[in-house]
Ligand binder design. Structure first.
Ligand SMILES: Cc1cc2nc3c(=O)[nH]c(=O)nc-3n(C[C@H](O)[C@H](O)[C@H](O)COP(=O)(O)OP(=O)(O)OC[C@H]3O[C@@H](n4cnc5c(N)ncnc54)[C@H](O)[C@@H]3O)c2cc1C
Length: 383
């Protein structure tokens, strides 16, 4: 039997970073396989707030019309509230949108297939072995079979938490994995064109509209706060979250549109590595910005916009693997290091009631400070 061909690249994970990378490589005529463990559509854990700078990325990927056709919610303001009843509100520096991952991810996946990538859903990657000099072997389960495929470059776009973290020896459990997050869709409240961030003791809850008038409520809390509340989303919602009066008022009228929340534990905000085991990491697999910045998806697209052309240059033998590693690391750090740090700082403040209250007072007293933080946590050049 003939040996299967060695593909140019295998991209693991078809979220924003994976689909975007696959589009770029496929457009250059490279043989790309995009593997996604989920079957779409699926509800993913995310605030589903798309920062203004995603528009340029969507245009580059050729999905702007499809995004508009999905009728995303318009979001133009940010509102922050604290447990002590303080409130800060400001205009966003551009037009953001709210679109569910249920709608967004299949749309990006179709764009990758349309660009010529080979795309598989329900393909759960179990192992990656090899090196740039020998090539990689990627093992995945698909429709009950175990399949091994060879490639010259493997791209890890498998998000904030994956079984592959263990494969690459990433210490998610021991370092920085102390957060848990939940997301639910509701109906019954009109948030206007605002994204709301409600701080409570040990966490915060973001709320904004997605398509069809639905409200996304997405919260992140310290594991300790969840444990004290009673270890479930309902306990967190009926306990610590109700200590913020604005958030309590929202939950008084919201009716769930989903049977149960999507949840994820061991969320880590530390920077991981741009390469692990020779695999090029993009999106959350390299690092995740604090969710309150509402910029993770834009960052995933931006990191893919850096990774894609460099990976193509390597695959087309214009640069060596060492050059690929060095340039990606350099460009990645220049782009993201500062905003990741500012995001962590803001998040730490929002987790503590006294710091959150002091922060909101400061934002109200110094109007330009809010604008500075909004811009410092995103790609301000493309706003
Ligand atoms: C609580 C919370 C709220 C957030 N809110 C927002 C927000 O409002 N706005 C925003 O911009 N960002 C937000 N983010 C961040 C945002 O969700 C991520 O930054 C973004 O999804 C990263 O995209 P990605 O492509 O790197 O990963 P993902 O979108 O997570 O995609 C990774 C994909 O890899 C797949 N995968 C994983 N393991 C395997 C495997 N072994 N084999 C095959 N496939 C695999 C997964 O199924 C998934 O589809 C939030 C994050 C959290 C935790």
């Amino acid at each position: 039997m003939a040996e299967p061909p060695v593909r140019d690249a295998i991209v693991i994970g078809a979220g924003l970073a994976g689909c975007s990378t696959a589009v770029q490589l496929a457009r250059r005529g490279l043989d790309v396989l995009l593997l996604e463990s989920a079957t779409y559509p699926v509800h993913k854990l995310c605030g589903e707030f798309l920062s203004p700078e995603v528009r340029g990325h969507f245009r580059d990927l050729g999905v702007s019309e499809a995004i508009d056709a999905a009728r995303p919610a318009a979001i133009r303001r940010v509102v922050v509230t604290t447990r002590s009843g303080l409130k800060w509100t400001a205009a966003l520096p551009g037009d953001a949108i709210g679109l569910s991952r249920w709608r967004l991810d299949p749309l990006l996946f179709d764009a990758a297939a349309g660009a010529g990538a080979n795309c598989l859903l329900g393909a759960d990657v179990r192992d990656v072995r090899g090196s740039a000099s020998t090539g990689f072997e990627v093992t995945y389960r698909h429709e009950g079979a175990t399949i091994v495929e060879a490639c010259r470059l493997a791209v890890g776009a498998f998000g904030k938490r994956s079984r592959l973290d263990r494969t690459f020896g990433r210490e998610v459990r021991t370092r920085g994995g102390e957060f848990v997050a939940f997301k639910m869709h509701y109906r019954g409240a009109d948030l206007g064109e605002s994204v709301e961030l409600h701080a409570f003791d040990g966490g915060y809850c973001g709320m904004s509209h997605v398509e069809d008038g639905a409200v996304n409520a997405c919260c992140i809390a310290r594991v300790g706060a969840l444990r004290e509340a009673g270890r479930s989303f309902d306990a967190l919602r009926d306990g610590p979250m109700r200590t913020n009066p604005a958030l309590a008022r929202r939950f008084d009228v919201l009716e769930p549109l989903m049977a149960k929340p999507v949840s994820v534990s061991q969320v880590s905000f530390r920077t991981k590595a741009t390469f692990d085991g020779g695999v090029m990491m993009a999106g959350d697999a390299a690092a995740m910005i604090a969710p309150l910045c509402g910029d993770g998806m834009a960052m995933a697209l931006r990191s893919a916009a850096i990774a894609g052309p460099l990976a193509a240059d390597f695959l087309e033998r214009r640069i060596s693997f060492d050059q690929l590693q060095q340039r990606y690391e350099r460009e990645w750090r220049a782009e993201f290091r500062h905003r990741l740090g500012v995001g962590r700082l803001l998040q730490a403040a929002l987790f503590r009631p006294a710091a959150a209250a002091a922060g909101v007072r400061l934002l109200n007293a110094v109007p330009w400070l809010g604008d500075y933080f909004v811009r410092a946590t995103r790609d301000s050049e493309s706003l």
